[in-house]
Design a protein around this ligand. Structure first.
Ligand code: FAD
Length: 432
């Protein structure tokens, strides 16, 4: 048994801590905030507001397994819906139940909102991606990958999916990562493309149960200042350390001990997400989630009806992903309100309830991006949604990274050094 410090208690840190504790290590989790959860948590002091609307998909295998490990039943806390992208007044693309690939083909063919040529064009392109194993040149952007697709398909499917999954607009987003998300949604078995919408506050999904499970191994409200060779965390000796804090903090903590790794982490760019909560008593959307058409005066790409999801009736979360232009320009919440009034029907005039702007919501998932690996130095591992791996910045990417780091520490503790570095490349659970 070794003594391991996990620094950072977001989903990556929780995943690492649980895996390490399960493997019999003596762990301590340092988290600077007063609660666990990182970016995926409820707002402190206002537990029925989330720090941004989150959605999961059926392919998030490791996240769902982690929830179960902590005694959370995903079927209770998440509403499972077959993938559908309805727009106000339009049914949009919807996949029928069954094998995702067959469902995708049937769903596209049945989508009367697109001309037949557009439907066939999308199926032909998807067939090409499938034939190439959903791989492409790392330098390609999503806009370049999809340049030949009909305009309606780009507008109604590619662009909203890209910004939702990668939080990066299609012209700047990595086609390779986009294809990987599509592959996992369409190929990891029945239900993998399903949308899983939180029915409970975010902290009930993982952070709260994790805090109870970790108990006195948690050191909340503790911002780690320094990690020194040895390994010493603010002077306290550990056999190994998992750095599960943000890329910016991890870069700071490794600047002296691993300058090259630190520089790579420091080189990541970020994309903001703005969540605008509107309140309109008595109102309801035709479905729990609607896609919206983004435009120069229409910032939001999606809206969620919290009343339909078991939350506060009359509360609606509008999501503005890839929000850099709106953060720079200002007036995002007012523009969302105007968009909502224009595009949706309300039982009472909606008002702005709360606006949350996460300036560093995710790393910018651009073509050819070099991400730092999980292995930093012997006994020093990184875990976080930004660490090298096939996924964009997502809950699943964070959880997988946490497990990979824990496997690396475990392999080193077992004396299998090469196994440890093997874990750093993402195998076995993170194989592209
Ligand atoms: C508004 C918003 C919407 C999103 N929507 C989705 C979505 O729909 N689906 C999806 O899959 N993903 C979504 N994401 C992304 C998802 O939230 C992240 O990918 C995930 O939460 C990252 O987890 P993490 O553990 O890697 O990092 P973090 O959650 O950032 O955790 C890092 C932790 O380290 C702590 N820390 C930092 N420095 C120190 C230090 N020195 N000492 C101690 N602790 C420290 C921080 O307080 C934090 O708790 C969204 C993100 C945002 C912001």
């Amino acid at each position: 048994m070794s003594k391991v410090a996990v620094i950072g208690g977001g989903w990556a840190g929780i995943a690492a801590a649980v895996a390490l504790a399960d493997a019999g290590h003596d762990i301590a989790v340092f988290e600077m905030a007063p609660q666990l959860g990182g970016r995926a948590r409820s707002v402190a002091g206002q537990p029925d507001y989330d720090n941004g609307q989150h959605i999961l998909i059926g392919a998030y295998r490791d996240s769902l397994a982690l929830m179960r490990r902590l005694g959370v039943d995903p079927e209770q806390v998440l509403k499972r819906l077959p993938l559908a992208l309805p727009y106000p007044g339009e049914p949009g693309l919807r996949l029928p139940p069954g094998s995702p690939l067959v469902a995708f083909t049937r769903g596209v063919l049945a989508h009367r909102g697109w001309p037949l040529g557009a439907r066939l064009g999308l199926l032909a392109a998807a067939g090409g991606w499938l034939a190439r194993g959903f791989r492409c040149d790392a330098a390609l952007s999503v806009a370049e990958l999809c340049a030949g697709l009909p305009a309606a398909v780009k507008r109604d499917l590619v662009e909203p999916l890209c910004v939702a999954a990668l939080n990066t607009p299609a012209p700047q987003a990595s086609a390779r990562v986009f294809l990987r998300v599509l592959k996992d949604a369409l190929f990891s078995g029945p239900g993998s493309a399903d949308l899983l919408l939180p029915r409970r506050p975010l902290s009930d999904l993982l952070a709260g149960p994790a805090a109870a499970w970790l108990g006195d191994r948690l050191r909340l409200g503790t911002r780690v200042q320094a990690v020194e060779p040895g390994w010493r965390v603010d002077g306290e000796r550990f056999d190994a350390v998992v750095l599960a804090c943000t890329s910016v903090e991890t870069a700071r903590l490794t600047a002296d001990v691993a300058p090259a790794w630190s520089a790579t982490a420091q080189g990541l760019g970020f994309e903001p997400i703005v969540t605008v909560y509107l309140h309109s008593p008595g109102s309801a959307l035709p479905s729990p989630m609607l896609a919206l058409r983004e435009g120069p005066d229409a910032p939001a790409q999606f809206v969620f009806d919290h009343g339909a999801l078991g939350g506060a009736p009359g509360r609606f979360a509008f999501v503005v992903s890839g929000a850099a232009p709106w953060v720079a320009r200002g007036g995002c919440a007012e523009a969302v309100l105007a968009q909502a009034v224009r595009e949706l029907r309300w039982a009472s005039p909606p008002v702005i309830d709360k606006v949350l702007t996460e300036k560093r919501a995710t790393f910018a998932c651009t073509p050819g991006l070099v991400r730092p690996p999980a292995f930093i130095a012997t006994g020093l591992w990184a875990a976080g949604d930004y660490v090298e791996g096939p996924y964009p910045a997502t809950l699943e990417g964070a959880v997988r990274a946490g497990r990979v780091a824990a496997q690396g520490v475990g392999a080193e503790a077992g004396g299998t050094g090469t196994g440890a570095k093997g874990a750093a490349s993402g195998s076995p659970t993170n194989t592209p």
